[in-house]
Design a protein around this ligand. Sequence first.
Ligand code: MN
Length: 192
Amino acid sequence: MGTILMPFNLTVQPRDFDLFQGARRIVRRLSDMRGLYTDKEAMERLLAVDDPIIYEFWEVEYEGSDRGLSFGITRIYPGKVGREYHMTRGHFHTTDGDEVYVVMEGQGLLLLQTKEGEAGTIEMIPGHMCYVPARWAHRTVNIGEHDLVFLSIWPPHIEHDYRTVAQSGFAQMVVEGTDGSMVTTNPSFSGA
Ligand code: MN
């Protein structure tokens, strides 16, 4: 995507991002999430029947530019793998650059952690803005019964590191408890 030269507005809805020139739609199915959920048996049991879309996002990204702002919309469908709620893969930014989320629909949790071993969670409900400083890995989790939809905005020079999370996992996980969602320690986590 080149530089946008003219002002514009856009409805923050997936269907409008679908039509926006330069937007790229990316789909993550259950099979793309192998290794990220703790309950491997539940994963294989579900995959034996179907390979549903867990989440999708539409992004308008300036590539190789140090100006402008990249932006995207993410839609995470409700559901669980075992007791663990549907979530994004999660990543670090390898270059210095923060990110902002604005929650449009649904109910979620933002999981955050640093390579130094800090971890945190932030509530995501419509109207919330969530600020993610550069060195914090981020993963979003849909803990509701409906789609979780949010807008994200980030600087264009960021490189995304998905591998560290794929290898080490997240320190915390979000599972169904006796009375709604519950954040617990992830037994599969092998990082700092
Ligand atoms: Mn990011």
